[in-house]
Design a protein around this ligand. Structure first.
Ligand SMILES: Nc1ncnc2c1ncn2[C@@H]1O[C@H](COP(=O)(O)OP(=O)(O)OP(=O)(O)O)[C@@H](O)[C@H]1O
Ligand SMILES: [Mg+2]
Length: 366
């Protein structure tokens, strides 16, 4: 029953729901190598589910090509129906069948496929239930499972026919925070042990960054940045990505000089601070510098000999258990800085912010 996972190639995908209507997916392209885990991350309405449904064959694209391994499953004049694509899917509301037992939920798609004997089906269901640790629940009505168990059942059902590709659409959004954390580790482990090519759709950056080999950030029907999780988080290429993926301080700056090695001198905070940043922007150009709250260090007095230090006034330090969320006013610009929760700075106090230039990004507007 084991089929090899396939790579997924999506090229220039275009989709609108009404002819001549707005394009909700506009030239999306990505490649998922065999056995790899890929996340599409973006806010509500950006076109994630639409992209996924086109890959599954539940929607017909208006343009573009979708390839599964060597086979074109969607393209000009080609539309392979969903049941012929060998794709497993888990939807946001996991849609297990409530009138069936746990066993029947996993067995049903195998029966419909009519490729297996009764014995083979029973063996496969047993194997899948063991994989998601539900073997003791086979005879139970599916509705009498907890949220996390129902989620695992939905996964077992999607994986039972040995699909060549697994599609997951916000599979954890109905679960509480603790269970979500555990399930994301479980899904990732399962994906790695099966080496199944996986496309995972989410608006949750924590899920995308912790689970995926690569992440594509989507905005208004377009992929605006693609890369490994660290790149997406530490090197956002635009305001949108810096803001959507984590928290970022976005500071207006101006390029005041260049040194010929790809570096530029950038004035920020009305010239209070000059940073030597990596940017291709020309002298005189207005830019935005981004710095993550956890990359800013606060000092009670000016640290001697450290570059990138600016004085500010602490407005607020909110205790959040594992850290302090500090807001610091620097000449009317408020910067967020994340500090150890053991520190006890008090509001109104003068503080010195150390902004390491190597951790700053210079962003484009989109
Ligand atoms: N069947 C449909 N008919 C018409 N418009 C649709 C249909 N499905 C989705 N849309 C529209 O297409 C756009 C993209 O929707 P999509 O469901 O792909 O977004 P999404 O990124 O999955 O969002 P969410 O995170 O809320 O699930 C939205 O503006 C949505 O209103
Ligand atoms: Mg969606």
């Amino acid at each position: 029953m084991n089929r090899e996972p396939r790579a997924l190639d999506v090229t220039n995908l275009v989709k609108s729901y009404e002819s001549g209507g707005p394009r909700v997916v506009e030239g999306v392209g990505f490649r998922i190598p065999e056995g790899s885990f890929y996340a599409l991350l973006g806010p509500s309405g950006c076109g994630k589910t639409t992209t996924l449904r086109c890959v599954a064959g539940l929607e017909r694209p208006d343009g573009g090509v979708i390839r599964l391994g060597d086979e074109i499953v969607a393209g000009p004049g080609v539309h392979v129906p969903p049941e012929k694509r060998d794709i497993g899917m888990v939807f946001q509301n996991y849609a297990i069948w409530p009138h069936m037992t746990v066993f029947e939920n996993v067995a049903f798609p195998l029966r419909v496929a009519k490729r297996h004997t009764k014995r083979e089906i029973a063996d496969r269901v047993g194997e899948m239930l063991a994989l998601v640790r539900l073997e003791d629940f086979a005879g139970r009505p599916a509705t009498l499972l907890s949220g996390g168990q129902q989620q695992r059942l939905a996964l077992a059902r999607a994986l039972a026919p040995s699909p060549r590709l697994l599609l997951l659409d916000e599979p954890l959004s109905n679960l509480d925070a603790g269970l979500r954390d555990r399930m994301r580790a479980e899904i990732r482990e399962l994906q790695q042990s099966l080496r199944i090519t996986t496309l995972y759709v989410t608006h949750d950056q924590g899920e995308a960054l912790s689970m995926a080999d690569r992440v594509a950030v989507m905005h208004q029907g377009v992929i605006v940045q693609e890369g490994v999780p660290r790149e997406i988080y530490h090197r956002p290429s635009s305001h949108f990505v810096a803001d959507f993926v984590g928290t970022a301080n976005l500071i207006a700056g101006r390029v005041v000089g260049r040194d010929g090695s790809g570096h530029a001198e950038v004035d920020v905070l009305d010239g209070r601070l000059r940073l030597r940043c990596h940017t291709g922007d020309a002298t005189g150009e207005a830019v935005t510098v981004s710095i993550r709250p956890e990359d800013i260090r606060l000092h009670a007095s000016a640290p001697p000999g450290v570059p990138g230090v600016v004085k500010g006034s602490l407005r607020r330090a909110e205790f959040l258990g594992d850290h302090l969320d500090c807001s610091v006013d620097v000449g009317g610009v408020v910067l967020r800085a994340r500090q150890s929760s053991h520190g006890v700075p008090s509001a109104g106090q003068d503080v010195y912010l150390e902004i390491p230039p190597s951790l700053c990004g210079v962003l484009t507007a989109v």
